[in-house]
Design a protein around this ligand. Structure first.
Ligand code: C5P
Length: 253
């Protein structure tokens, strides 16, 4: 392929200029980072798994009518996406207490929440993505009140879809993070789900055993991350059942 213009390089992905205006190519790296990149590793196969899993979740969202940036998968590590203007927020939805919420409130991890709770962090690596109240978001003009209403509605639809899909394969959706982007159709602005949905950005626990099948395996040194992601992909039918990470992920088309 001809040399492409790199638009942006993040911790786990690279964005390149796409083949047509209004598109990007999203490349999934094998790099894993945690604690705002204080902990780093390269995990062979992670990018391939996340490309395929994000395709699976985004395609499912399209099929239930939730707008998102995914157009098509291009190859093992790349997908074509719609160019969006990212809202500088991490939108986190929690069904059970875990991670930073459990720590902040002194709650036991796994405690069921009375209803899905949505929180927002300001996307800024230098600041460590601080939690921000909605009032800051509106006062600083990162999003309008109407945007926030739409973001909450989108986040809850993603939660219902993802929680159901994961439940169907014996996995509890504890929490997840999404990002939202703006797109314009002529003068009309819409908000759509962007970035990625993968075990890097979700907490996924086996319903029976509580085994963690997400990035906490890396954050907390609980075992082999690619094995955990392969298990999620295998249960969802994204990988054939006889594939282990030792033989490298194989795609089913
Ligand atoms: O760390 P915390 O408990 O706030 O994370 C909540 C959820 O958001 C987890 O599923 C985590 O993987 C995800 N997250 C993320 N990227 C961040 C922060 C959190 O994907 N920068």
């Amino acid at each position: 392929m001809a040399r492409r213009n790199k638009i942006y390089e993040g911790k786990a992905k690279i964005l390149y200029e796409g083949p047509e205006p209004g598109t990007y190519v999203q490349y999934f790296k094998d790099d894993a980072t945690a604690f705002n990149a204080e902990k780093k590793a390269t995990i062979e196969g992670k990018g391939v798994l996340n490309n395929r899993l994000s395709e699976f979740f985004m395609t499912g969202l399209t099929n239930v009518g939730v707008p998102n940036h995914f157009i098509k998968r291009l190859n093992m590590r790349e997908q074509l996406i719609r160019q969006v203007e990212i809202i500088p927020l991490e939108v986190i939805v929690r069904n059970f207490a875990a991670g930073s919420m459990a720590k902040r409130l002194g709650m036991e991890e796994g405690t069921q929440l009375p209803r899905p709770i949505i929180e927002f962090s300001y996307k800024d690596d230098k600041l460590g993505d601080p939690l921000v109240p909605e009032e800051y978001i509106i006062a600083f003009g990162w999003a309008t009140q109407q945007d926030m209403d739409d973001i909450v509605a989108l986040a809850l639809r993603v939660n219902d879809f993802l929680a159901g899909v994961m439940y169907g394969v014996g996995i509890k959706l504890v929490d997840f993070k999404i990002e939202i982007g703006r797109v314009w159709d002529n003068d009309y602005m819409r908000l759509i789900v962007a970035d990625e949905i993968s075990p890097d950005s979700c907490r996924l626990w086996d319903i029976e055993t509580g085994q963690k099948l997400d990035k906490d395996v890396f954050r907390r040194d609980l075992g082999n991350l690619a094995d955990a992601y392969t298990e999620v992909a295998r249960r969802l039918g994204v990988l054939p059942t006889n594939v282990t990470h030792a033989t490298k992920p194989t795609l089913i088309n």
